[in-house]
Design a protein around this ligand. Structure first.
Ligand code: ADP
Length: 447
């Protein structure tokens, strides 16, 4: 096992990794930008190294500075968290070339899944069902027209290098296709430096259901059930649940068996998430994330497994030591992402949090690096906390989340807490009756 790990991230996820390390008796190295000198992950780590100025590309994305920090502190492994360098295959490769362990999958698998077209063709070859669409990259608008006519409108033009919902445009009819094609390509080129696009049938009422996977270095792959992440705004998740209110145990077992068989064949190791759109009882793979997800705590709550601990054990070469039948689920979990944003306009609201009071009590978990007096810097993601609850049933989890949302206090910056309260009180949400389009309609109705 490692004796020292460098955490190449900030905020709540840096803290999350640090907590797992502490419990495993592993020393931690925090890295931080000058804007984060007073951050919680810096205060709580055993050692901390400043790696650059506030701009992420000069600090949290600065590979040379991060590797130097690892070398001077004698760290043996690097945990990338999510975002930043977590899905950067070159980074994973460089880390290993320096004789350190990268706590994640192989660079090759990160690269394969980082290109959504390769990801889809790889998964299809392994027997995973896809959304109907083009066979890979579209050569030109005429090909887009042909494929769209075959699968039927509406269609979605998506960037091969996409992420964060960018480079994605819907065309409801042939008349809208040329514009969707050119806007998606322009956006993709600007955001990712790659204008390759592909086409998918645009599903009108799917749920976003994803599967948490872990694999070790010896071909053992298991899944930890599903998360329903259908509540999204501009393709950004806001509230997640485990399990999904609509999936049966049989459906979970079936898609789980397909997914684990595919990843075992690939030799996939460490944590990964397969994202699906689910409509009319059908699963359609859309992408795979080769890292820990923001919403991993809901899975931890229902499966009682520390996923970060598992990631570290796997990277150290340990065997999983359990099989699919050892993984059981209990109760229901919900996560609300607390973003420092205006709850109506979603404009980020950085500033000083004058008062922070975390809710508590049975079944309540707060993953956050906040404290009273903390200044939310304007340079990074606006998520400042994750509020997670666990209870025996979905109804009890909703009641518990409502109670926790009443207790939480964040003063000084605007947050989406009022929006979460409205969602939790909504009868459709309470019935579990929602798709990926529900939240945008809900916010449009309520503002
Ligand atoms: P990104 O990597 O940018 O997050 P994804 O492929 O994961 O892109 O898609 C993000 C979200 O966009 C999905 O969760 C879903 O809400 C929506 N989406 C993606 N593909 C489709 C599709 N074919 N039909 C309808 N909605 C889609």
């Amino acid at each position: 096992m490692f004796s020292k790990i460098l955490i190449a991230n900030r905020g709540e996820i840096a803290l999350r990794v640090l907590r797992a390390c502490r419990e495993m008796g592993i020393r931690t190295v925090a890295v931080h930008s000058t804007a984060d000198a007073d951050a919680m992950h810096v205060r709580l780590a055993d050692e901390a190294v400043c790696i650059g100025p506030p701009a992420a590309r000069e600090s949290y994305l600065n590979v040379a500075a991060i590797l130097s920090a690892a070398t001077i502190t004698g760290a043996e492994a690097i945990h990338p968290g999510y975002g930043f360098l977590s899905e950067n295959a070159d980074f994973a490769e460089t880390v290993e070339a320096h004789g350190l362990a990268f706590i994640g999958p192989t660079a090759e698998h990160i690269r394969t899944m980082g290109d959504k077209i390769t990801a889809k063709t790889t998964m299809e070859a392994l027997g995973v069902p896809l959304v109907p669409g083009s066979d890979g990259e579209l050569a030109n608008i005429d090909e887009a027209r042909e494929v769209a006519a075959r699968v039927g409108y509406p269609v979605l033009i998506k960037a091969a290098a996409g992420g964060g919902g960018r480079g994605m445009k819907v065309a409801h009819s042939e008349g809208e296709l040329a514009e969707a094609w050119s806007v998606a390509r322009t956006e993709a080129l600007a955001a990712f430096g790659n204008d390759a696009v592909y086409l998918e049938k645009y599903l009108d009422r799917p749920r976003h259901i994803e599967l948490q996977i872990l694999g070790d270095m010896y071909g053992n792959v298991v899944h930890f059930g599903e998360r329903d992440c259908s509540l999204q705004r501009r393709h950004q998740k806001l509230l997640e649940e485990a399990g999904s209110p609509v999936l049966s145990v049989e459906e979970r077992d079936a898609i789980g068996a397909t997914a684990t068989a595919a990843l075992s064949k690939m030799g996939y190791r460490n944590a990964g998430t397969l994202e699906f759109l689910y409509q009319d009882g059908q699963f359609c793979f859309i992408e795979m994330n080769t890292r820990l997800q923001v919403e991993h705590p809901v899975t931890e709550m229902v499966s009682d497994v520390d996923l970060v601990r598992e990631q570290i054990r796997i990277a150290a070469g340990e065997k999983l030591g359990y099989g699919q039948s050892d993984i059981t689920f209990s109760g229901h979990a919900i996560e609300c992402r607390i973003n420092a944003e205006d709850p109506d306009t979603f404009i980020p609201c950085p500033g000083t949090v004058d008062v922070f009071h975390a809710p508590g009590g049975l079944g309540v978990r707060v993953d956050s690096a906040l404290y009273s007096g903390y200044r939310v810097p304007p340079f990074y993601d606006s998520m400042i906390a994750k509020l997670i609850v666990h209870a025996p049933t979905r109804a009890a989890a909703i009641a518990r989340m409502q109670r926790a949302l009443d207790e939480i206090v964040v003063e000084g910056v605007k947050t989406v807490i009022p929006l979460h309260r409205r969602i939790l009180a909504d009868p459709e949400f309470q019935r579990g009756d929602y798709t990926i389009h529900w939240l945008e309609n809900f916010t449009a109705r309520n503002t």
